[in-house]
Design a protein around this ligand. Sequence first.
Ligand code: PCA
Length: 217
Amino acid sequence: MYLPSPTVLVTGFEAFDTYQHNPSWTIAQALDQWQIHHHVVHARQLPCEFHRASQTLLQALQTLQPTLVICLELAANRAAISLERIAINIDDANIPDNAGQQPIDKKIQLTGPAAYFSNLPIKAMLHAIREQQIACEISNTAGTFVCNHVFYNVMHYLQQHAPQVRAGFIHVPAFSGSGIVSPATMDLAQHIQAIQIAISTALLTSQDLSIPAGHIA
Ligand code: PCA
């Protein structure tokens, strides 16, 4: 039984590949216990492992029963905060995960649909974040590595158990001073501000904007 509570689950990933740390977890941690619109944020770290990451997230969902789930992950090569629109039913890893698993062209859920959309109001979030002069974009691919895998599994779970719960994924570039090479120029404070705006907008917006992403200033 999933009874949504006034909590927001924000996750970040542990370090992976050649990165010494993962900025997504630094941001999530900074938001732990933040209170907004009568909700409280709980931060959890996900392992960068195909199997255990989904397991850890689904356990946190069952324990906290949040009304809103926002998962953060690193995309060091991107220049902007990327609001992910869609998770696809495929694992195709260019590198092994932290458990040494490297699935290739493997369906995530054998009988699942080809894709799930995020049900976050991503256009309203894009508008609100850009309004603060923070680089932000809608992304139409979350990749085919661990992040997309977990994104797909969480939407699959929620569709069956709690379709009213809002959930989505946000790839973050590295912040300046993090020691990770990235085309982005934002610092940690701007990253935290962007995710705070994302959470606040998701809690307050029932009907998303219907404007092409390219028209959102
Ligand atoms: N980024 C990877 C996995 C962990 C992370 O922070 C991804 O985008 O799949």
